[in-house]
Design a binder for this molecule. Sequence first.
Ligand code: PBG
Length: 326
Amino acid sequence: MNIQFTRHRRLRNSNNLRAMVRETHLRPEDFIYPIFVVEGDNKKNEVPSMPGVYHLSLDLLNQEIEEVISLGVKSVILFGVPDEKDDVGTQAYHDNGIVQRATRQVKETFPELVVVADTCLCQYTDHGHCGIVENGQVLNDPTLDLLARTAISQAKAGADIIAPSNMMDGFVAAIRHGLDEAGFEHIPVMSYAVKYASAFYGPFRDAAHSTPQFGDRKTYQMDPANRDEALREAQSDLEEGADFLIVKPALSYLDIIRDVKNQFNVPIVAYNVSGEYSMIKAAAQNGWVDEKALVMEMLVGMKRAGVDLIITYFAKDAARWIREDQ
Ligand code: PBG
């Protein structure tokens, strides 16, 4: 036989050779670990639809953070699950709200840890929507003021990054303006710029008790069928002063991640959401998939698609597996 062809397999001959030509790498510092904090003492309650994810009371929080840090993860995002809810989400912007107290406590003990605050109202409103509701409508502009107040109280508590997730138009501008006026011009905004109205948030809403009590979020979160619109959303958030752009969810939106990465020159973040976590956990518990291999393939796929950072409930596991494999 005397034909000429290219041998791609030459570069796959051994483990070390494959490592040398590998194009994408996962590092523990790529991950942001979500933590749900609750009122009370001595609480570590597993979220039923998210095995391995807990509601933690503040007395047990530092222990959790120590583990996160020991694994090389540099950042957490805090979600509050308050006891008290009302129609305007007062606990979201209360200086003694659960997230504000958690943030103060964590920053006091672990000043180096990068604490991201999720800035939204849905866990704090009795109707479960992300803004002020009037006659069944979620009002845009009146909600902006509450978001800015929430962001300021989070920054005052010591949050290093503000991550607004409620998808009102102008939310980055309102928050940026509020932070600047309050002397927090140095605090970056990580905007959930491209957030789809997704069924993949189901387990989170169990975890955060934030299911809308009527209707859905389709008048403010994006239609999963839309691609061009993602670029418009990202562009306006950047013009309003966003420092990072989040695409959420991640797995069904890798094309969007690549579009945003190609178009905009800021750090891009994927939110590997609750439903994406629960599906893998459930399959793994049944012995149907190899959890470690599947998770690492999924996470490296997100990086290959173009993200710089990944918010993921697998952060601790992935960091451990990276270390194991070194
Ligand atoms: C708050 C918020 C949600 C998530 C993060 N921030 C839920 C939602 O929009 O309903 C979802 C995260 C996940 O599913 O892991 N607005």
